[in-house]
Write a protein that binds this ligand. Structure first.
Ligand code: GDP
Ligand code: CA
Length: 330
């Protein structure tokens, strides 16, 4: 069985760990978001790819949710001592190894997808059925426009990482831009994986800055719409709030309410102009399921708290079974 998962960082990793647990014999191809990427102190950092790689490889810090296990922070102290900006971005000593290897390979002309495969070879040697593809090899970076009384015109634009890590998503996000997205091409293998899939899962990752950019890479939304596989989406918004992260700060910026049903409608049904065959919401949001289903987006209700990989595996398996049963024998 060929499974494709669309994923951001922390939520995407937890979700994929559950998918892996649910389908240990399948080939799981993760299409990872790269619109959070940033160049810091000359190093190319891909936060979501690294979170996926470390978490699924057993090298991640589960409590923090990102970065390396048993991390230390000596190098960043040195940067601070030199007054080298920016100092707000967390760069652990062990994590630096990844960024240095990646940056060196990219500088030598190796595409990001190939770099990612080589980095993952270290972490995922135990699991040859797991594959991580960046959504694109082309650089894409998200910028957030925030209100700033001191800036000319009363607004200024900051990198998404600065918005999140330094500003903690406190300023209102007036607009979002994914610089480079129009010219981005799907990374090699991404469209093929989608078109050859038996199952496509849209993780509960941030709909605005994780799943949004993946679907915005020209060609990828069409590939999801064209896949012969059932496409299931899972809500990361439970009872009107994200379980973690800043989706509640950014959904309003794209005109979507902070609500599982609104996010489902935003993704939309494939029978219309959307990407989903089924939308899965938490038991706390069960009230919206009948109306969504009646409006053409079949909506399932499960306990979507990813407390453990087993809990995640359980809801993924039961939702998938429900969709496969409703499709009947093929
Ligand atoms: P990031 O790239 O590190 O910000 O992580 P993602 O975009 O992959 O995931 C963030 C999203 O995961 C948030 O919108 C959360 O609401 C969602 N999320 C985190 N934990 C859970 C959980 O236990 N259950 C569900 N359904 N969603 C979750
Ligand atoms: Ca991210």
């Amino acid at each position: 069985m060929q499974i494709v998962v669309l994923a951001g960082g922390v939520g995407g990793s937890r979700f994929t760990a559950g998918v892996r647990r649910a389908y240990p014999d399948a080939t799981v191809t993760i299409v990872g978001n790269t619109a959070d990427d940033i160049t810091i102190h000359g190093m190319r950092v891909c936060p979501d790819l690294d979170t996926l790689m470390y978490t699924l490889g057993g090298g991640g810090d589960a409590e923090r949710g990102w970065g390396r296990l048993d991390e230390s922070w000596r190098a960043i102290e040195e940067l601070r001592a030199y007054g080298a900006e920016p100092t707000w971005f967390g760069l652990g000593d062990r994590d630096l190894g990844t960024h240095l290897v990646r940056t060196g390979m990219l500088a030598a002309g190796v595409p990001l997808s190939e770099v990612t495969a080589r980095l993952c070879a270290r972490w995922w040697a135990h699991d040859p059925g797991l594959r991580l593809l960046p959504m694109t090899d082309d650089p894409v970076e998200t910028y957030v426009e925030i209100a700033d009384a001191e800036a000319p015109g009363g607004r200024r634009s900051v990198h998404f990482q600065e918005y999140w890590v330094r500003l903690h998503a406190v300023p209102e996000a007036l607009a979002l831009t994914q610089v480079g997205i129009e010219a981005a091409r799907p990374a090699p293998g991404v469209e093929e994986a989608l078109l050859g899939a038996d199952l496509v899962l849209v993780g509960p990752s941030n709909p605005v800055v994780s799943i949004g950019p993946i679907l915005a890479v020209p060609g990828l939304r069409d590939a999801v719409r064209a896949t012969p596989a059932p496409v299931l989406g899972f809500s990361g918004i439970l009872h009107g709030a994200p379980v973690l992260g800043m989706a509640h700060r950014l959904l309003p910026t794209i005109g979507v309410a902070v609500d599982a049903a609104a996010v489902g409608r935003h993704y939309g049904a494939r029978t219309g102009s959307g990407v989903l065959d089924a939308w899965v919401v938490d038991t706390g949001d069960a009230g919206s399921a009948a109306a969504l289903t009646a409006d053409g987006l079949p909506t399932l209700v499960h306990d979507l708290v990813m407390s453990t990989p087993d809990a995640t595996a359980a809801f993924v398996r039961s939702a998938v079974d429900e969709v496969l049963e409703s499709r009947g024998p093929r």
